[in-house]
Ligand binder design. Structure first.
Ligand code: ACK
Length: 892
């Protein structure tokens, strides 16, 4: 082997390269099998001045060719996945006169793994080698201006392996083609050492398994410190993915080209962070490199609370123009602010008073402070205005007043110069600690039918609640209370109302409660009033938990089936409460129906039975071709069963995994459309699924996808993906919107997020979202703006739709009906699915970078939506034919 040069992606690590001089790199024609790749210099007409050394073979006239060329032993080194790039010319048989059926247009690539080079005398046995692929030419000839046909160079790359032993041989088999092998480059991919977010990451070789990422921790660069642990993931193609965490430059240092450099003299940085060094503020300077603080020039000061970025200041000069005015009982003093405020705005004034009584026996004047005896309005010290009134003078006494100006740095100077002033510094009032704050956690609305002892209660985190299932002609009483850090508040005063007899107003009322605290900050009160919810015509979902007795909900929404009508055939899986079986429902006088039967295993507790049947009372309310249909329940005998329609292909995730790559994009979009139909229906009914994921979608024999798994959508106990969050809930992190993870805000908008993840699962044939990343890393990376990249072969339009579903701001995500009409447009206009993500150069991977247009398929759609249809032709004439091209359009 000559060299072991490393490189990235297409510019790749080279174990050996026969481009320069093939004889040096160990290519040996394998003997004694007949060899047909003699080394020759081939003059390619592409580069007439530079001869290229090649191995050639061209026995196209003779039948039964079997010519081999084998490489020397190539050490595997760090590689896990090895690639071979072959450059060759291959003549097409039509261009060779007189050849019959003996001429071939392909050759074969083989390899053999060994831990050591084979002894030189080892016989070459083709049967030891494993075939990698048959190689054909993309190009064989091209036409020149003069009409000549010129041989074209082909480049083909194949993956060899997996290579697990120390090294390997490559071998080429010719079976009768006319080939010139110009070069062979053997390489592997790696993520090159890099600097990211002020951390350095070492050279890393990707995993052999293309679907898994290598997690790499970065080390902070010099003079930087770690905030969140910096991490990158090395992907199979040698790309670094998902940057997480970061380092920040330490104090006295700033970021320069990915490193942390010292602040220059005259500059400083007092806090660690990715900000720049700041110029020293006025009247301060730093003389050394890496300054963390600028020192005040002589005569200037920095008060304790002054930020380091503030100019140094000095005490003010004296107040000006002091004038006095006396009436019968009061003295008024007024003055003007100093001419020099010292560079500060926090100026205050002290009025100092001295009373001097003649002289003592030594002839000395006796002076004392007189402020305690006098009344100063508003006060004597710390005045912010420029006047004061003084009262309560004693008769026949001399008073002397001084007004001094102070600011935030006066104390620093005075304390050094004159401690006498401390006389006036006492009597500082204690500021009371901030008052105890009450936090409203949640409210309870209690609903009671008048003159009935029973009541039901609803818990909500918002300040309004919709009450459903009310009876006609009944008087109801509502009251609301709040739970705060200090416990429950008292109930609000009662709000009474009577539902109408015709039932029009009886189903839903919105109970609005206003939670307020009174002025002392210690009580929280609740005001309540009621508003009827306008009748929308769409059936709304009724939460079985609002029933006092959940069996009532089952009775209302699920049919009881006679157990003898159910024929169980076999067990197909295990559910949380018992086995899942398949079988038939044989109702007399009706056709047999294939069903799945979920059973509740014996020895259950009442709570289990209620939770088990909860799914039936939810499912029973739905009637939609893309929602799993409830046939009925068996509750009056053992075992308790839930009977639903049978879905031949089982759960969508495992179904796709076993059919990797077998569907057209349109078929996959058809599946996604079905799920969107089901979800549109659920969201219109006001039902939030909370656990939408491919594992909870079932597929029938016609590839129709139906939403299922409603039972645990409230508590998610049965989902193996659900993990406990810091708030105590159990949540399938990878599928759940950030606001639902962070503070339990589940909504149809959070279902839309999950729908985007399901889209990704479908387009990647059941790949695990975020691969092996930990839940914590998933949360972090989402927060930092990372979104799943498009799966291989995914149309740009679909990935853009996913990114829309993953907008951080939930109100900006599309609604299910919008997703549905978007998918419909895609299906009607399949050319919109032709651009694959891999084909697009500048393509956004994050919702923040989404082009500023909503979900449109064509330029026409878009212009229609912004009322500019008349410009369609101008756009097309200008070459703007796709929405991607619009996103890169400039003002000009
Ligand atoms: O992937 P699967 O075959 O699809 O394995 C699970 C298993 O039962 C445990 O839930 C399958 N399953 C659940 N409901 C149905 C249904 N209605 N039709 C067919 N298979 C079902 C599910």
């Amino acid at each position: 082997m000559v060299s072991f040069m490393r490189c990235h992606n297409s510019d790749c690590a080279m174990f050996s390269d026969s481009r320069d001089a093939p004889s040096k790199v160990g290519w040996i024609p394998s003997l004694p099998i007949r060899f047909g790749f003699p080394q020759k210099d081939l003059q390619l007409s592409m580069k007439p001045t530079s001869p290229i050394h090649t191995f050639q073979v061209c026995h196209v006239m003779e039948p039964n060719q079997n010519n081999w060329l084998r490489s020397g032993w190539i050490q595997r080194q760090a590689a896990q996945r090895v690639y071979v790039e072959m450059r060759f010319t291959l003549r097409d048989c039509n261009s060779i006169p007189w050849v019959s059926g003996t001429c071939k247009e392909t050759f074969n690539l083989f390899y053999l793994q060994t831990n050591e080079p084979l002894p030189a005398a080892t016989r070459f046995r083709p049967s030891d080698y494993s075939k990698v692929d048959t190689i054909a030419a993309d190009e064989s000839f091209t036409q020149t201006d003069l009409g000549d046909r010129v041989l074209r160079l082909n480049t083909e790359v194949r993956e060899v392996g997996p290579v697990t032993q120390n090294g390997f041989y490559l071998a080429f088999q010719d079976v009768g083609a006319c080939i010139a092998l110009v070069s062979v480059k053997v390489f592997y991919k790696r993520c090159p050492s890099t600097l990211r977010n002020l951390a350095s990451f070492p050279d890393t070789v990707p995993h052999m398994d293309s679907s898994s990422l290598v997690e790499v921790r970065g080390a902070c660069v010099e003079n930087a410190e770690e905030r969140d642990t910096p991490k990158l993931y090395c992907g199979a193609d040698g790309d670094w993915l998902v940057p997480l965490g970061h380092c920040i430059c330490s104090i006295g240092h700033e970021e320069m080209d990915g490193f942390c450099g010292a602040c220059n003299p005259g500059f400083f940085k007092a806090i660690a962070g990715n900000t720049k060094c700041s110029k020293c503020p006025l009247h301060s300077s730093s003389h050394d490199q890496a300054g963390t603080l600028c020192h005040c020039d002589k005569g200037f000061y920095r008060a304790l609370k002054d930020p380091t970025t503030m100019a140094c200041t000095r005490p003010p000069s004296a107040p000006r123009n002091l004038v006095s005015l006396i009436n019968d009982t009061a003295l008024f003093l007024r003055w003007m602010p100093p001419s020099d405020l010292g560079g500060r705005k926090d100026i205050t004034y002290n009025v100092l008073c001295q009373r001097c009584d003649g002289s003592d026996g030594d002839g000395m004047t006796q002076c004392e402070a007189c402020e305690p005896d006098l009344r100063f309005i508003p006060r004597a010290l710390g005045l912010t205005g420029t006047s004061v009134a003084i009262l309560d003078f004693a008769s026949h006494t001399n008073y002397t007043f001084h007004v001094e100006a102070m600011n935030g740095v006066s104390g620093l100077v005075l304390s050094a110069l004159n401690r006498m002033n401390c006389l006036f510094c006492g009597n500082i009032k204690c500021i009371p600690k901030s008052q105890l704050l009450f936090i409203i956690f949640d409210c309870f609305a209690r609903l009671q039918e008048q003159e009935q002892l029973s009541y039901s209660s609803t818990r909500t985190k918002s300040t309004s609640v919709v009450v459903t299932g009310l009876r006609p002609s009944t008087v109801y009483v509502f009251h609301v209370r709040a739970r705060t850090a200090a416990g429950y508040t008292a109930y609000s005063s009662n709000f009474e109302f009577e539902t109408a007899a015709d039932g029009m107003n009886v189903k839903e009322w919105e109970l609005r409660s206003v939670v307020y605290s009174v002025s002392n900050g210690h009580t929280v009160s609740v005001l309540t009033f009621c508003l009827p919810v306008p009748f929308s015509g769409i059936k709304t979902y009724v939460d079985p938990d609002t029933y006092e007795d959940p069996t009532q909900a089952v009775e209302e929404f699920a049919k009881e089936i006679v157990p003898s009508y159910i024929c169980i055939e076999r067990v197909i899986g295990a559910g949380e409460f018992g086995e899942v079986c398949s079988g038939y429902l044989r109702i007399p006088g009706r056709m047999d129906i294939s069903v799945a039967i979920k059973t509740l295993k014996g020895g259950y507790m009442d709570q289990h039975r209620r939770d088990f049947l909860r799914e039936a009372s939810i499912m029973g309310q739905f009637n939609n071709p893309n929602i799993i249909r409830l046939e009925g329940v068996v509750t009056n005998s053992r075992p308790v069963m839930i009977v639903v329609e049978y879905m031949e292909n089982g759960a969508l995730d495992s179904f796709l995994r076993t059919r990797d790559g077998q569907f057209t994009v349109l078929q996959l979009v058809g599946m996604l459309r079905g799920i969107a139909v089901g979800m549109t229906y659920l969201s219109d009914m006001g039902y939030v699924h909370r656990d939408l994921a491919a594992r909870n979608i079932l597929v029938d024999e016609n590839l129709v996808c139906k939403v299922s798994d409603f039972g645990m959508s409230r508590v998610l106990e049965d989902d193996s993906e659900a993990a406990y969050t810091t708030t105590g809930g159990k949540i399938p992190i990878r599928w759940t919107a950030p606001e639902a993870i962070a503070y339990g805000k589940f909504s149809s908008a959070s279902d839309i997020w999950s729908y985007g993840i399901v889209m990704w699962e479908v387009m990647s044939y059941g790949e695990r979202p975020y691969w092996e990343m930990s839940n914590q890393d998933v949360i972090l990376s989402i927060d930092e703006g990372y979104r799943l990249p498009a799966p291989m072969g995914c149309p740009v339009t679909l990935h853009q739709l996913m990114l829309h579903c993953w907008q951080k701001e939930w109100s900006q995500r599309p609604r299910f009906n919008e997703v549905l009409s978007f998918l419909d447009k895609l299906t009607i206009n399949p050319s919109s699915l032709l651009t694959l993500v891999n084909d697009v150069q500048s393509y956004s991977h994050s919702p923040e970078e989404l082009p500023d247009y909503p979900l449109f398929i064509s330029i026409g759609d878009w212009l229609d939506s912004i009322k500019m249809s008349q410009y369609k032709n101008n756009f097309l004439a200008g070459g703007y034919t796709t929405l991607d091209s619009i996103s890169t359009m400039s003002i000009e």
